[in-house]
Design a protein around this ligand. Structure first.
Ligand code: ADE
Ligand code: ZN
Length: 323
């Protein structure tokens, strides 16, 4: 019997589209664009997926995305992800994208967004809705974020929201607060990675200084009981990514993952895949693995699926359809 983890209708809320770049597609796009990857084969690239922390992953992640150059590349990347996600029960997907990293290689913002939107529009016709969240890189100069934002804010209707990602520890949110303020005034949603490698203080500042409505990861929130109370009372969704946390050594093994403690604390937990091409599984597989690891029953799986829908930025009518 197919696991309910793979069949329950659900939303994916923490997914970097560049992190869905499977090695086969990376080599196909490298050939299409005349770009050389620093690996000779799919096998050699896959063998490099041995990470010691977030930074060791980011180094490879940014190197591989060098093959993404054109509107068609972004369309094909997102289309491949959306097909795979749909096969695992994802009915709504909010895609992060790192326009800033592509701008550094001269890829125009409009080309990226046009390609991603084309894939999302096709998926919507097949019953999978979604949208785009423009992420700023917190470990890069804020001027780079401002340059991308200057272009993005000309057409805010193409975005669901803005987010903050890349290396967390030592990179505080303060410099990005004015961009998030402007985005919120334009009616965009705000999310931020926090509490992945950084402590609870990073979560507090994402909430207070960026007005983040959802926290991406947030697993270290448990270290601060006052923060846990606040997150539970305010129903702040936490987009947890179990395979990512194991692969990037935020936790030692899946058995050590704080997901059960987070659920027990009454937090609005959702299960997501982060960068599934690199971490060994898509949303349904993450959900199936935690269900098996922690002996979650149908009711708990249904709660996690439900949390993903209620934590999404889908319009109310769409949420009702999915619940
Ligand atoms: N960019 C892609 N994946 C990320 C992660 N897990 N944390 C921070 N930035 C990221
Ligand atoms: Zn992430």
């Amino acid at each position: 019997m197919t696991s309910p983890a793979l069949t329950l209708p659900k939303a994916e809320l923490h997914l970097h589209v560049e992190g869905t770049l499977e090695p086969e597609l990376a080599f196909e796009l490298a050939a299409r664009n005349g770009v050389r990857l620093p690996f000779d084969s799919v096998e050699e690239l896959r063998a490099a997926y041995r990470f010691t922390d977030l930074q060791s992953f980011l180094d490879l992640y940014y190197a591989c995305m060098d093959v993404l150059r054109t509107r068609e590349d972004f369309r094909d990347l997102a289309a491949a992800y959306l097909r795979r996600a749909a096969a695992e029960g994802v009915r709504h997907a909010e895609l992060f994208f790192d326009a800033q990293a592509h701008a550094a290689r001269g890829v125009p913002y409009a080309e990226i967004v046009a390609g991603l939107r084309e894939a999302l529009d096709d998926a919507a016709r097949q019953g999978v809705t979604g949208g785009l969240i423009l992420c700023f890189l917190r470990d890069a100069p804020v001027e780079e974020a401002e340059a991308v934002w200057a272009e993005a804010k000309q057409s805010p209707g193409e975005l669901l929201g803005v987010g903050l990602d890349s290396a967390e520890v030592g990179h505080r949110v303060g410099p990005f607060a004015h961009i998030f303020g402007e985005a919120r005034e334009l009616g965009l949603h705000a999310v931020a990675h926090a509490g992945e490698e950084g402590g609870a203080d990073y979560v507090w500042e994402a909430l207070r200084e960026l007005g983040a409505e959802r926290i991406d990861h947030g697993i270290r929130s448990l270290e601060d009981p006052e923060l846990v109370r606040h997150l539970a009372e305010e129903h702040v969704p936490l987009t947890v990514c179990p395979f990512s946390n194991v692969r990037l050594r935020a936790v030692d093994t899946l058995a050590d993952h704080p997901l059960p403690a987070m659920l027990a604390a009454g937090l609005h937990v959702t299960v997501n895949s982060d960068d599934p091409a690199y971490f060994g599984g898509y949303a349904g597989e993450n959900l199936a693995a935690v269900a098996e690891q922690f002996g979650l029953g149908r009711a708990e799986l249904a709660l996690l699926a439900r949390n993903s829908v209620t934590g999404s930025f889908a319009p109310e009518a769409r949420r009702r359809e999915l619940l």
